[in-house]
Ligand binder design. Sequence first.
Ligand SMILES: [Zn+2]
Length: 279
Amino acid sequence: MRKERLFINKKKRTKWWISLAVIFTILVGASLGTLSMYNWSVNQAIQGLFYNTKQPVNVADDTGEENPSDNNEEDPTSETPDPSEDELDDVTPPTYGENEKTPETIEEPTFVEDVLISNKQNPIPATYDPGESEEAREAFLAMKAAGAAEGFDLVAFSTYRSYDTQVRLYSEYVEDYGQDEADRFSARPGYSEHQTGLSFDIGEVGQEIHWAEDSFQDTAAAHWLNENAHNFGFILRYPEDKEHITGYKYEAWHFRYLGEDLATEVYNSELTLEEYLNI
Ligand SMILES: [Zn+2]
């Protein structure tokens, strides 16, 4: 038996060579794949190291002077390859500090075409303290009434948040989730749109389980808001698959008041506010 098994005829020898070639090809392919993954992760690790060691100083430091220009030079977005749709979670969103402005150094918020801008490139002064916008509240109440007619009991569970509140919130999130993840759903102090008094986080009374949760996007109330909020002057500020533009994950509950005309224009354009204003 053993002799028979050891005997390799010509046909078997050919098969053997083909098998060897296939195995060799697989091994080379796997090595190259591993190598490129290794390079990628090393690259990411270096960027992560820089980001994590530099950025907290920017947030916690009272002066906040030294980091913005540094971060600009090391902007991780410049070296990140284009991800496929499946990898949207890995998209590097806009980063903080791409200019000299910080909440501690600026005196006035940024306006573009009369629209108050608060995003990761445009902080608002730490001292900016307008409270909740009365106009936005009235618009919300009108929307709430219209929602009630459709069977939704809408509530704005978070609207104006002060700089100090955001300091506390953000540091808690960083503690719980780490900075990279926290930056995807929470603004750093001085960068939150809630500090403008024009942002309303909306949910349903008695449905706290969906408040500020991804599960809200599948509710009938979220669908209704998505299609009707502009009629009351609100836009869905952080739409799905736009994290690379807005800097934030999809938030089906976060609405920004712009007034009915502009909100309707932005809604019809199907663009984010950043794209619409070309900022
Ligand atoms: Zn919000």
